[in-house]
Design a protein around this ligand. Structure first.
Ligand code: ZN
Length: 398
C-alpha cells in the first residue's frame, strides 16, 4: 500500500517545513520532498500539518467504560470502586471498552499507547484487528490482592510467551509497592528480561507514607535498591520523590499523568527536575476513569501550564518540550522506530487541520484546544480520515 501526501507542512524540531510531499510505502516513510509518482491513496495536504503520532504512555483501556462513574472520590475510594468494577468486568465489556478507548485515541491523534491491565490478550486482539500500535503490559501483583483468576505472574508469563508482532509489543506491569511483595517485584523483573517493565510508583502520599512506616524507606528508593530502575523501567506518576529518588530514576523512563494526578488530588510530579536529572520523560492520560479523556493534546497543555505556574517560570515546559515528550521520548521508551517524520521511519503520522487553529502556529498545537485531527495513519495504514474511521473500526464499533 502506498500513500502520497502532497503539499503538507511538516512539524520538525518545533518548527515548520513548508509545502512538502510525503511518500509512505508499506509501513514506512520512503520519501520526503517534492515527489511525483502514482500511489494507491493520494491526500491533498494543503492546509494540513503532518506531525508524528502522539504516544500515550499510560492507559487502562479496560476501564474506559468506567468513565464518569467514579468522579470526585479520594484515591482510596477510587481504588475500591475500580476493584469492584474489575470483578464485574466481562471479556465482552473489556473488548468493547478497549475498542472505544482506541477509537477515541485515534480520532485525537494518538498512534501508539502503553496499556496496563490484566486480560491484555483481549486488548491485543482488538489492536491487531484495527491496526493500532501498542505496548501491552500484563498487571502483576500478589495473588491475595488481585481480581485475576490464577497467579498473575503465571498469567503474565503465558501472555509474554505468545510473542509480539509488528503492532503489539508485550511487557510486564507492576501494580505498585502497596500490592507487590519484594518477591513479586523481583519475579516481574526476571520475566521482563527481554522486554520493558512498567510500574505505578509514588503516586499518592498514602502510598509513600504507609510504605515508609512499614519498611522504613520510600517506594522509589526501594525500587532502586532492588535494581529495578534500569533503562527498560517505565515508572508511572512519580509524584512524591526526594532528590535522591529522582537521581535513582535517571536511567529510566518516567510517565507524567497530570490530569489524573490533579483530579485525584494526588499532587504534582517534579517533572522539570526529572528531566534535569536525565530521565526519559514521557506523558500519559491514565484511564478514562480518572482523566476522563484520552486526548493527548489536552494532556500536553495541562503539563505545560502546571509546571510553569508551580515553578513561577513561563520558560519551563515550553511547547517544543511537550511535543517531544509526547512523541520522540515515548518511542524511545518503547524501542519503536517512530516519534519523528523521517525517511525510513515507521509511518505513524497525524495530519492536523491548520484551519482549526487561527492563526496556526506549532505552539498552538499545545496551548490551543481547538485543533482538529484530519487524518491518523498507523504503520502506513489510514485509520481515520475527515471524521470517519476505517471500515474495520466502523464494523467493530457497530
Ligand atoms: Zn495507572
Amino acid at each position: 500500500m502506498e500513500i502520497l501526501i502532497k503539499h503538507a507542512d511538516i512539524l520538525q524540531n518545533g518548527g515548520l517545513a513548508k509545502d512538502r510531499d510525503i511518500l509512505i510505502e508499506d509501513s514506512r516513510v520512503s520519501g520526503i520532498g517534492k515527489i511525483e509518482c502514482e500511489a494507491e491513496s493520494k491526500i491533498e495536504g494543503r492546509g494540513l500539518l503532518a506531525m508524528p503520532g502522539l504516544i500515550n504512555m499510560h492507559t487502562h483501556l479496560g476501564l474506559t467504560m468506567a468513565r464518569g462513574l467514579f468522579d470526585d472520590l479520594s484515591m482510596e475510594d477510587f481504588l475500591k470502586q475500580t476493584e469492584l468494577f474489575d470483578r464485574r468486568n466481562s471479556e465482552e465489556s473489556i473488548r468493547r471498552s478497549a475498542l472505544i478507548g482506541m477509537a477515541e485515541m485515534i480520532a485525537t491523534g494518538t498512534t501508539c499507547f502503553l496499556d496496563f491491565y490484566y486480560s491484555e490478550d483481549i486488548i491485543a486482539k482488538v489492536a491487531e484487528a484495527i491496526g493500532m500500535r501498542c505496548a501491552l503490559a500484563w498487571a502483576v501483583l500478589d495473588e491475595d490482592k488481585t481480581t485475576q483468576k490464577g497467579s498473575p505472574v503465571k498469567n503474565c508469563e503465558h501472555f509474554l510467551s505468545r510473542g509480539g508482532s509488528d503492532l503489539v509489543n508485550r511487557g510486564v506491569a507492576l501494580q505498585g509497592v502497596y500490592a507487590c511483595s519484594d518477591e513479586t517485584m523481583l519475579k516481574a523483573k526476571e520475566i521482563a528480561s527481554e522486554t520493558f517493565l512498567t510500574m505505578h510508583l509514588s503516586e499518592s502520599q498514602g502510598e509513600v507514607y504507609s510504605f515508609l512506616k512499614e519498611r522504613g524507606k520510600r517506594p522509589a528508593e526501594h525500587i532502586s535498591s532492588l535494581g529495578l530502575a534500569d533503562d527498560r523501567f517505565i515508572a508511572v506518576h512519580c509524584v512524591f520523590l526526594t532528590k535522591r529518588e529522582i537521581e535513582g530514576l535517571k536511567s529510566s523512563t518516567a510517565v507524567h499523568c497530570p490530569s489524573s494526578n490533579l483530579k485525584l488530588a494526588n499532587g504534582i510530579a517534579p517533572v522539570p527536575e526529572l528531566i534535569e536529572a536525565g530521565s526519559n520523560l514521557t506523558i500519559g492520560t491514565d484511564s478514562a476513569a480518572t482523566n476522563n479523556s484520552l486526548n493527548m493534546f489536552t494532556e500536553m497543555r495541562s503539563a505545560s501550564l502546571l509546571h510553569k505556574s508551580t515553578h513561577w517560570d513561563p520558560s519551563i515546559m515550553g511547547y517544543e518540550t511537550c511535543l517531544e515528550i509526547a512523541t520522540k521520548n515515548g518511542a524511545r521508551a518503547l524501542g519503536i522506530d517512530a516519534g519523528t517524520i523521517e525517511e525510513g521511519k515507521l509511518a505513524d503520522i497525524v495530519l492536523v487541520d491548520e484551519r482549526s487553529i487561527y492563526p496556526f502556529t506549532p505552539s498552538n498545537l499545545v496551548y490551543c484546544t481547538t485543533q482538529r485531527v484530519d487524518t491518523t495513519i498507523v504503520n502506513g495504514r489510514i485509520l481515520y480520515r475527515k471524521g470517519e474511521f476505517s471500515d474495520e473500526i466502523k464494523k467493530l464499533l457497530q
